[in-house]
Design a protein around this ligand. Structure first.
Ligand code: SF4
Length: 674
């Protein structure tokens, strides 16, 4: 049995593991004891989650649509067809009638080549990916406040904190190895304050659990800062030497007294005060957050409110402090780093400022105007403005809000190409389907949520005729007249390092088994654990006042409940991989809605019964689970299950700053299915 060191393919923790290979098959996985983050541990997905690689459902040959059916085709035939159709659409309707959705599951090299294909090949900045649906507010909010949208400290730094404020993160289930480092902190005496409408496992382990009404985060965060100011717990020296704009924030938060915030959030005033003091009086305090705070119409303002709190207390730039946005996919950080975004090149270089530099590097003219974000592409497709779409490793039919609308948009396209490892709800609509190699069948790098760039290593040959995406995209680049003479992903990384200052010192020979944390600007640079230690990337960090705004939908007579979506420990994203892993699927085999027993009584529902959950956009059938962990008036639905896709129910209401949809608040109702 061979053991190949690689990086976990699921969450953003980026644990190191060995794939065990025997007779050409992955037969198991085990943890890497020398890995700096996981230190010999894996969660259940890491232990079991490579089984999908051998699943018989894998896409093994390219497919071309013929009427209702997708028929087998040769690679050269499909690549010629893709080139001809995209060129024809471009010539007829202009380059901005084509768009690319890249993949947070793909490697850095693949995301870099895809954004190059959009810009240098197609001539459009219409390139985006699933970060738009999870951490676009982090990129927008933290970039404004600190100058960088990334996690400020290594995850292990949480073990040195004296207080940890966890917001909208079901950490033990979604980022178990982050939770491990938090619990190391707790064992040292750190106070854990969890803020989440649901009583999650980490909320149970916390000293304090606050359960706000959905969509009211700014009110309680501003209240925390108000209490901290009133109690004289702000760090005056840090504020005056390293920040700007505090006076406006001081003024704005003054009306968010605990009593006023209680009226908005439903959290008792005394608990707000107690939690604010626990964070504000700690020597070293950290803030950890996830999609519970970003997936709102106020997502960017929510992130800014947390940044205000960290800055006012001087909790940035040191061990045990910091702000920790937890990225969901294993390489959503890397896809952002690689510029798979409509207004940024790799390394967060703005299109407006870096265009000439990339024109020289790629020897081709590049488009000027920023492109469409992911959901704007869907709208543009529905309206006929985008006519051709390349989707790589993404399943918008499951992961985007208001599924019926997404379906209409994809059906309106003239030409849809989807590249994936399994058939999905989106490949069903495609004109061409390309079979991709899995993470176990290619080399490359992923960048974890703590900015750690790590190798994945090929353990098996690609399944059937599937190919690594980087090979496919390099081929398309050549067919569009862009030089793409890469012999391996290491060659692509060499180019990334040349044009991307934060990756400037990265090369495969330096990554070993623990990787490097960016910024790593030169070959002799050791990488950077803690950001903003001496100076913020933006110079002086920026406070910005933010105000509470009600969510887009509120409970009303017809839809008296609020529905929120999330994940389960045993599944990942749209379930394409974990639902093909027998032990994970056995644990949670199907869709369910969690509801409070009082609501169940009111609506005549019993635990285990089939129910219908409805919103203004559609309805779903699933099992009812009754639990006191969900507050009265709230429904919780995990979004992994195609047979009850939660995004049939969610709305397309967007945060105007980051364009993220409000997945976390939907007016809904529930009734017995009979
Ligand atoms: Fe994989 Fe995340 Fe689990 Fe680590 S914590 S094993 S990266 S799913």
């Amino acid at each position: 049995m061979e053991k190949i060191h690689t990086t976990c393919v699921y969450c953003g923790c980026g644990c190191g593991l060995f794939l065990h290979v025997e007779s050409g098959k992955v037969v198991g996985a085990s943890p890497s004891s020398s890995h700096p983050l996981s230190q010999g541990r894996l969660c259940i997905k890491g232990w079991l989650g490579a089984e999908f690689v051998n699943h018989p459902d894998r896409l093994k040959t390219p497919l071309i649509r013929s009427g209702e059916r997708l028929l087998k085709a040769e690679w050269d035939e499909v690549l010629s067809l893709i080139t001809a159709r995209f060129k024809e659409i471009k010539d007829r309707c202009g380059p901005d009638s084509i768009a690319i959705l890249t993949s947070a599951k793909g490697t850095n090299e693949e995301n870099y080549l895809l954004m190059k294909l959009a810009r240098a090949g197609f001539g459009t900045n219409n390139v985006d990916h699933v970060a738009r649906l999870c951490h676009a507010p982090t990129v927008a909010g933290l970039s404004y406040a600190f100058g960088s949208g990334a996690m400020t400290n290594p995850i292990s730094s949480l073990a040195q904190a004296d207080a940890i404020l966890i917001v909208g993160s079901n950490t033990t289930e979604q980022h178990p190895l982050v939770a491990f480092h938090m619990l190391r902190g707790k064992a040292r005496g750190a106070k854990i304050i969890a803020v989440d409408p649901r009583r999650t496992q980490i909320a149970d382990l916390a000293e304090l659990h606050l359960s706000p009404r959905l969509g009211t985060d700014i009110a309680w965060i501003n209240c925390f800062l108000n209490v901290i100011i009133q109690e004289g717990l702000i760090d005056e020296e840090f504020i005056s030497k390293r920040t700007t704009g505090f006076d406006e924030v001081r003024e704005a938060v003054s009306k968010y007294t605990p009593e006023a915030a209680e009226k908005i959030t439903g959290i008792p005033a005394h608990k707000l005060r107690e939690a604010a003091l626990a964070y504000g009086s700690a020597d070293r305090a950290a803030i950890v957050y996830a999609m519970g705070i970003t997936q709102h119409t106020t997502g960017t303002d929510n992130v800014q409110a947390l940044a205000n709190l960290a800055l006012a207390t001087g909790n940035v730039g040191m061990e045990g402090t910091g702000v920790y946005p937890l990225r969901g996919h294993q390489n959503v950080q890397g896809a952002c780093d690689m510029g798979a975004l409509p207004d940024l090149y790799s390394g967060y270089q703005r299109v407006a400022q870096a265009r000439e530099k990339f024109e020289q590097a790629w020897s081709t003219p590049l488009p000027e105007n920023p492109g469409l974000t992911a959901l704007e592409m869907i709208d543009a497709a529905k309206e006929g403005r985008v006519k051709g779409l390349l989707v790589v490793g993404e399943n918008p039919m499951m992961s985007y809000p208001d599924r019926n609308r997404v379906k209409q948009a994809l059906e309106t396209l003239e030409f849809l190409v989807v590249c994936d490892i399994f058939p999905t709800e989106t490949t069903e609509l495609a004109d061409v389907v390309l079979p991709a190699a899995s993470f176990a069948e290619k080399d490359g790098t992923f960048t974890s949520t703590e900015r750690r760039i790590q190798l994945i290593r090929q353990a098996l040959p690609p399944c059937g005729e599937s190919r690594p995406e980087w090979v496919v995209v390099a081929d398309l680049l050549s067919r569009f007249g862009v030089a793409a003479d890469y012999r391996s992903p290491a060659d692509v990384m060499e180019e990334i390092a040349r044009v991307t200052p934060i990756y400037g010192g990265v090369s495969y020979d330096r990554l070993g088994t623990g990787g490097l944390q960016w910024p790593c600007p030169s070959k002799d640079h050791p990488g950077t654990g803690i950001l903003h230690a001496e100076k913020f990337s933006v110079g002086l960090a920026r406070f910005r006042p933010v105000e509470h705004k009600e969510p887009f939908e509120a409970p009303e007579e017809e839809f008296p409940l609020l529905l929120t979506t999330g994940r389960s420990l045993y599944h990942f994203h749209t379930g394409t991989m974990t639902r093909r892993t027998s032990l994970l699927d056995r644990e949670v085999p199907g869709p369910y809605v969690e509801m409070n027993p009082e609501d169940a009584k009111k609506f005549g529902v019993r635990g285990g019964q089939k129910v219908v959950v409805e919103s203004r956009r559609g309805q779903l059938y699933m099992d009812a689970r009754l639990t006191l962990d969900v507050p009265k008036g709230t429904l919780f639905v995990p979004f992994h299950f195609s047979e009850a896709c939660a995004n049939v129910l969610t709305s397309q209401a967007l945060d105007p700053k980051s364009k993220i949809p409000e997945f976390k608040v939907t007016a809904a109702r529930v009734r017995r299915a009979d």
